[in-house]
Design a protein around this ligand. Structure first.
Ligand code: ZN
Ligand code: ZN
Ligand code: ZN
Length: 378
């Protein structure tokens, strides 16, 4: 499988990034390893204490400043095909001065938000200006996914759907959350992801904690279990899907609240179309839950953008008046949480289309009842 897109994709992105930097009055973007660097040149290099940075000036070509011993790690990126000027540096040289050498004096730079403080502080000292966040400049580029990115997100969605479809193989009463999570993590990779980025197995009362990961708690027959899982597929685009499971007929109050949650999630997905705000999608889910008296049990935003990062813009949250446009991809994941008792969440990824949205996950949202098979694990 190709580990990156055709070179022309990155050439276009770099040109647009320079235009946006210019339009923002920024002399250069300084991008250290992380999602912005992957987006711009297809590099998945790591950040170390020695500075590796892509400098994208508002005018003039981009330059890659890289420690000599890290040059090879950029070989997998599009840097060579793009003909990027590479400035290798060796210990004893000042990489910050090298990064700034062709910019005006005291340049206004914008840095990626993954730049470590160990690089940001010396860079600020060298520029004698206060950097801006490149995220604010690259946002409008990275928020709108192109056809290749949407195809990658579709592959990610299908891969995580296959993992959920196999849940009955691993999720059973008598096993610990941790044991189930280990099996799920292996399946996430087996079904086409390059790694399991996160595995949440929240059984019974642990399901009431939206960011519970997993524990040594033994799952019981009467539990409701929240499974929120995802990871990247090549070239780096993430899946993120939550389904909620049970083993026996749910309690009446659980069934009732879950039915409202299902409607709230569907209402939010139905609200997604170009021209509406991100916060209106959040309100669609929230208002539906509130009408059923569940407002206090929905304790997080409705969703987050997804792409090279699991959490990125646009955030589907009250107060975000970003107007949705075709190509934006984000999660729609309302939940209900009852402290010390149970919780549930339904999460799909959707992509905004010309007249609505395309869900990237199978719309199998019912509280899924799995068999309570006894056997080798008991
Ligand atoms: Zn989260
Ligand atoms: Zn999730
Ligand atoms: Zn999510």
């Amino acid at each position: 499988m190709a580990s990156r897109f055709p070179t022309a994709v990155y050439r276009h992105r770099l040109a647009r990034a320079a235009e946006l930097a210019d339009a923002s009055g920024v002399d250069a973007l300084i991008i250290t390893p992380g999602p912005d660097l992957t987006y711009l040149i297809g590099s998945t290099a790591q950040t170390f204490e020695r500075l590796s940075a892509l400098v994208v000036p508002a005018t003039g070509g981009p330059v890659l400043v890289v420690p000599r011993l890290e040059v090879a790690s950029f070989g997998e990126s599009a840097a060579t095909e793009l003909g990027l000027t590479t400035v290798p540096w060796v210990d004893g040289e000042d990489p910050y001065a090298l990064a700034l050498q062709h910019l005006p004096g005291n340049p206004q730079v914008a840095v990626s938000d993954s730049m470590p403080a160990g690089h940001l502080v010396p860079l600020m000292t060298a520029t004698e200006t206060r950097p801006l966040l490149a995220t604010d400049i690259l946002r409008e580029l990275r928020m709108i996914k192109d056809d290749d990115e949407i195809a990658a997100l579709r592959r990610a969605g299908a891969a995580i759907d296959r993992v959920h479809a196999r849940m009955g193989e691993w999720l059973r009463p008598g096993r610990t959350e941790a044991a189930v999570a280990a099996d799920i993590a292996a399946a996430i990779v087996a079904e086409g992801h390059t790694e399991a980025a996160f595995v949440i197995v929240g059984s019974g009362p642990n399901g009431a904690d939206p960011h519970h990961e997993h524990s040594d708690r033994v799952i019981t027959e009467s539990d409701v279990v929240v499974i929120d899982i995802g990871g990247p597929v090549e070239p780096g685009y993430n899946s993120d899907s939550t389904r909620t499971y049970c083993f026996t007929e749910p309690r009446a109050d659980v069934a009732r609240a879950y039915a409202v949650l299902e409607e709230a999630q569907a209402a939010a997905v139905a609200a997604v179309r170009p021209g509406v705000t991100a916060e209106s999608v959040d309100a669609a889910a929230r208002d539906h839950l509130a009408a059923a008296g569940l407002a206090d049990h929905f304790i997080h935003r409705t969703g987050h953008g997804i792409g090279l990062s699991v959490h990125e813009e646009p955030y589907i949250v009250a107060g975000n008046d970003v107007v949705l446009a075709p190509g934006m991809a984000f999660s729609v994941e309302p939940g209900v949480y009852f402290d010390g008792d149970w919780g549930a969440r339904i999460e799909d990824i959707v992509v905004v289309t010309d007249d609505g949205c395309e869900p990237l996950n199978l719309r199998s949202h019912a509280l899924t009842r799995l068999p309570t098979a006894s056997g080798e694990d008991r």
